[in-house]
Design a protein around this ligand. Structure first.
Ligand code: MF3
Ligand code: CO
Length: 247
């Protein structure tokens, strides 16, 4: 959305602060032995206790309030009592909440216990790729500048940049125009407008970029089985710069 009023800007900020806080809460819950279904229940309660509504639940029939994507799962992992975190795993938690009609959306990849240096690096580079991207984000730029920076940075480490899923505009709806790809050409893409809200979300694979969708119709996994990380923030582009609403 392009926030036209002060009320829109305040609403987007509040919704996204709830998502940010839910992710900080999620981080405190993660440990070997907890199931992704337990995480879902606790985080759902957190969102509701904060006066918001979990936006994922029921979205296109999605059955839970969070996405919990372990190791080779890229995104949209469905929480399950059977999926129990163990030492050395990485888990991407994606959370969406609606507050007074405004949407917040963000994701992080967390380590479970002690993880390998390779997985640590993947998490760090995925996060940094977001920041490399937003260095280029300003009113009047083309989104291709951001997309290209994310891709160039991640690929310089030999990682695969997922193309089948992209970031998005966000506002009264979770998914709005424009699409925000994590790959592309500098001089291409939509021109960014003042007060545009975007969810920017690199999904980076340790191996090849290719993914497929499992039989449950949701879970996206890497084709080669290598681990994947996800880092997402909702941002607002103002005339003074970029405000990251979920940090
Ligand atoms: N947060 C995600 C996104 O940015 C995905 C939500 S998937 C859902 O698109 F279906 F579970 F909502
Ligand atoms: Co998103």
């Amino acid at each position: 959305m392009i926030c036209k009023t002060e009320q829109d800007r305040e609403g987007m900020k509040k919704a996204n602060i709830i998502v940010r806080d839910a992710l900080l809460y999620a981080e405190t819950l993660i440990r070997p032995g907890i199931s992704t279904s337990q995480l879902d229940k606790l985080i759902e309660k957190f969102i509701i206790d904060n006066g918001a509504v979990p936006s994922f639940k029921g979205y296109d029939g999605y059955p839970a309030s969070i996405c919990a994507s372990v190791n080779e799962v890229v995104v949209h992992g469905i929480p399950s009592e059977q999926i129990i975190l163990k030492d050395g795993d990485i888990i991407s938690i994606d959370i969406g909440a609606i507050y007074k009609g405004y949407n917040g959306d963000a994701a992080r990849t967390f380590p479970v216990g002690e993880i390998s240096p390779e997985k640590k690096k993947l998490i760090e580079v995925t996060k940094q790729s977001f920041f490399e991207g937003i260095k280029h984000l300003r009113v009047g730029c083309r989104l291709g500048e951001l997309s290209n920076a994310i891709q160039t940075y991640a690929e310089s480490f030999g990682y695969g940049v997922v193309r089948e899923l992209v970031g998005h505009g966000i506002g009264y709806n979770m998914h709005e125009e424009p699409e925000v790809p994590n790959y592309g050409k500098k001089n291409k893409g939509v021109i960014v407008k003042e007060n545009m809200c975007l969810a920017i979300e690199p999904m980076i694979n340790m191996g090849e970029r290719y993914v497929y969708i499992k039989d449950d119709g949701w879970t996206i996994v890497t084709a080669d089985g290598a681990p994947s990380a996800h880092y997402e923030n909702t941002v607002m582009v103002t005339k003074n710069g970029v405000e990251i609403l979920t940090l």
